[in-house]
Design a protein around this ligand. Structure first.
Ligand SMILES: [Ca+2]
Length: 474
């Protein structure tokens, strides 16, 4: 690139840069070398007055200030939006807002997104509850999910396996009627070592949340550094003040499980009004505003200062799942596929039938199941995917996929619920999601060989389900 003779000239240039303190390259790359200011120094936000340019900091994973796009466009870049009809842009903004708009959710709704998977995550958001807010059922969550999907998964009342999932919600709670709505902040956390199947609650400083007032809420979620260490942590701040720090957790049993999902959730049922003995539940207005969401690997802090031009518009982020392969390995090549056009192939237990997808042939099987043995063999990796279509010809219950594990000397299972009579359903899951035990709480198929599969269901012996477009991908 440079001849020997140009070296002295370069040295002179370097000296000039040093003397004049000329930034060699302003922006993202140069920030990397700066230590992140901690909570006592104002966090990452102190480096970006009015949050201007914060989205370009390499430690920042996701930003949305709701200044750009329609609600539909916001939903598209987050990856998942629910109850779109309840979500609107609003001109109600917090005092320090560097923009002009916030997002408003009434009744129920969510925005759900994914970041690159990390071991420590911080989130900051601004939030305001309606002056007549009631008690809220569930609120904003951070999630570590080994097999992320574009939409949030259920899991209420289920202890997640330590290599599959852990999550925490920063939520308002009335603490059984002790505080008026919406209550005080707490963490509501799910992980493999939680004491009850309904999760664990962590109370911090119990200061009443004032309805009708904007707050800056921040949460930290740090995974344990190795599977055998109990050094995981979580903490939350309100308006920059530490309200609670909780340490000593073994959130996960494998480093492969990363924190990678953010759920801006406003979920309401009549249950919290009952639990908190709300005397006037009918008078409540379930509405909330959010703004200035930042997710990072370092402490963020409340918005500091003003943008140069008075107001700013961030370049909003998009879900990491919208970049194929970034968050979870894409399915590999097909090692087996069957469309039943030439017969049953190696499938046993059912019979080829009309009524397949788009007028093709399908495979009809009864409660005793359809199975495949000695037809394919592939090592189970994160990318290994099982994909097929099902159409029940009866009122279906749950369909169970069973895969015999030589390693575990037991069946690994994957359950398919929510099927509807006479409707095709696309089923797709990762082989590592199949687990030993009826409750799928045992070891997964990870590191095993996938060389068999069986689908069964519990119904009358004459009931049938159609199977089509079956594929196993590496
Ligand atoms: Ca805004």
């Amino acid at each position: 690139m440079f001849s020997k003779n140009s070296l002295p000239a370069l040295a002179a240039l370097a000296a000039l840069v040093l003397v004049l303190n000329i930034p060699i390259r302003a922006g993202a790359a140069s920030q990397k070398s700066l230590p992140a200011p901690g909570p006592d120094k104002g966090g990452l936000a102190s480096l970006y007055p009015g949050d201007e340019g914060i989205e370009r900091d390499p430690r920042v994973l996701f930003v949305d200030d709701f200044e750009t796009g329609t609600v539909a466009q916001i939903g598209a870049r987050w990856g998942s939006i629910s109850k779109k009809e309840n979500i609107k842009l609003s001109d109600d903004i917090h005092n320090n807002s560097p923009g002009n708009k916030s997002i408003h959710i009434s009744k129920n709704g969510h925005l759900f997104t994914h970041t690159k998977g990390v071991d420590t995550i911080y989130t900051r958001f601004y939030v305001k509850f309606h002056e007549r807010i009631g008690y809220v059922h569930h609120f904003v969550h951070l999630v570590a999910d080994r097999t992320p999907m574009p939409w949030p998964k259920g899991g209420a009342g289920e202890t997640p396996p330590g290599d599959a999932k852990f999550s925490t919600g920063i939520e308002p709670t009335g603490r059984w009627g002790k505080f008026p709505p919406p209550g005080v902040w707490n963490f509501y956390t799910y992980w493999h070592e939680m004491k009850t199947k309904w999760g664990s609650v962590f109370n911090g400083k119990q200061t009443q949340i004032q309805p009708g007032r904007w707050y800056c809420v921040e949460a930290k979620f740090k995974a344990n550094t190795s599977p055998d260490k109990s050094d995981g942590e979580q903490a939350f701040w309100v308006d920059g003040e530490l309200y609670g720090r909780f340490e000593g957790f073994r959130w996960r049993t494998t480093d492969k499980l990363k924190i990678n999902s953010f759920w801006l959730l406003f979920y309401n049922t009549d249950q919290p009004a009952r639990h908190n003995k709300d005397p006037r539940p009918e008078s409540r207005v379930m509405e909330v505003w959010f703004d200035d969401v930042v997710i990072a690997t370092e402490y963020i802090g409340p918005v500091r200062g003003k943008p140069k031009g008075g107001k700013k518009k961030a370049t909003p982020s998009k879900s990491a799942l919208l970049t194929p392969g970034l968050l979870i390995a894409e399915p590999g090549k097909a090692v087996f596929s069957e469309k039943f056009e030439q017969g049953a192939g190696n499938f046993k237990g059912g019979a080829v039938s009309n009524g397949g997808v788009d007028g093709s042939k399908a495979y009809a099987f009864g409660p005793k199941g359809a199975s495949l043995w000695d037809t394919f063999s592939t090592e189970v990796k994160d990318s290994t995917t099982i994909r097929f279509k099902l159409k029940p010809l009866c009122e279906p219950g749950e369909v169970q996929v069973m895969i015999w594990s030589k390693k575990q000397k037991d069946n690994c299972r994957y359950k398919i619920g929510g099927l509807r009579k006479s409707q095709w359903r696309n089923v797709e899951f990762r082989a590592i999601e199949a687990r030993v035990g009826w409750g799928m709480k045992g070891p997964s198929l990870e590191g095993d060989i996938l060389d068999n599969i069986k689908l069964i269901f519990e119904r009358g012996q004459d009931d049938r389900i159609l199977l089509d477009d079956f594929e196993i991908l590496k």
